[in-house]
Design a protein around this ligand. Sequence first.
Ligand SMILES: C[S@@+](CC[C@H](N)C(=O)[O-])C[C@H]1O[C@@H](n2cnc3c(N)ncnc32)[C@H](O)[C@@H]1O
Length: 348
Amino acid sequence: MTEQPDQPPEEQQEKDYSWKLRKEAQFWGEMARVRSKDGIPMTQDFSRATRYRVRRSSLGWGDYFQDPKLEALTPFGRARTRFVEMAKNTEGNRSLDLCCGAGWLALEQARGGKTVDAIDISEGEQEVAREYQATLDEKIPGQINWIVTDLNHFTTEPEQYDQVTAWDGLHHIEKIEHLCEQIESGLKPGGHLLICERVWGGDSPSVRARIGKYLEQFLWTFVPTPKPYTYGRKFRELFGTLSLFFKTKILRKTHVSKPWQIQDDGFCSPFEDMSGEEILRIVNDRFEVEKTESYGCFTEEILRSLYLPRFLRVPTILFLGWLDHLLIRTRLLEGKIAIVYARKRADK
Ligand SMILES: C[S@@+](CC[C@H](N)C(=O)[O-])C[C@H]1O[C@@H](n2cnc3c(N)ncnc32)[C@H](O)[C@@H]1O
């Protein structure tokens, strides 16, 4: 039998990449369907989102509780409202929304009268968005152009957008430097770049960020959370992390643990945390940054998953949310999420 020559590494890489990208698109498409089964998710419609338990167990993930009115009272919720107001009301009406998902931010901008090019790799997710928006009985002054494309290889015509927005998507992009170059080129001089991004996941998170991560896992273990996050499972995970900590002196190493991701069936996003803190560095280098805000050090997932009667949930969430914010503001801890308001430099 003649031996088959090894496949060239680039070809194999290309194959792996295409496979991962298809999986990414499928994962988010299915997530959008599952999320919208029992109510209106905030990821689909920020203004009309309802309060309900979002059941993700069919995807092997745990449930969480969406409570838009309560969230609007937390520091991050308030920041999201300010972000949306800004995105709707900037001057100019041509906007590009990156990693648009099920379209909530594109929809808000269209409600503000903008024409939005909404880009995502997941056709399934955009389908959920389009089906939902077709049911709306309001007159939306703007318009959304749905585009399915890979942002790692995205190119755009120069100076056609007044604004570029991205919410919680850029950390999935591998070629973030290339994408930022395209954003810069696509923006008109002085155009706005508004992003909200997970900036955890770099190679060397700060000690403050790592302490927050441990604090998060510790708290997560003790607070009541819905099935399948049982105490047995959470304690096993905590002991696993602690033993790793003592074995590897992990405070000096990178360790990203996400105990709320139930990955037994391997069905998750293959591009999670592809980029992290470098997003901030690149945006700072290329754009005129007007303001950067930091949120969510140790409470992000806990606030969504807290399994308590409402009269206890509300005060606990407000207390933990504001405590987290205070610790970030006093620089004792570091947030995982950054909201950045920037503009294209006028001299570019
Ligand atoms: C965490 S979701 C955020 C979605 C949305 N912005 C939101 O706030 O709900 C990340 C999104 O990035 C999209 N995405 C991941 N990799 C991508 C790529 N290479 N090109 C375009 N979109 C991508 C996913 O399909 C998914 O919709």
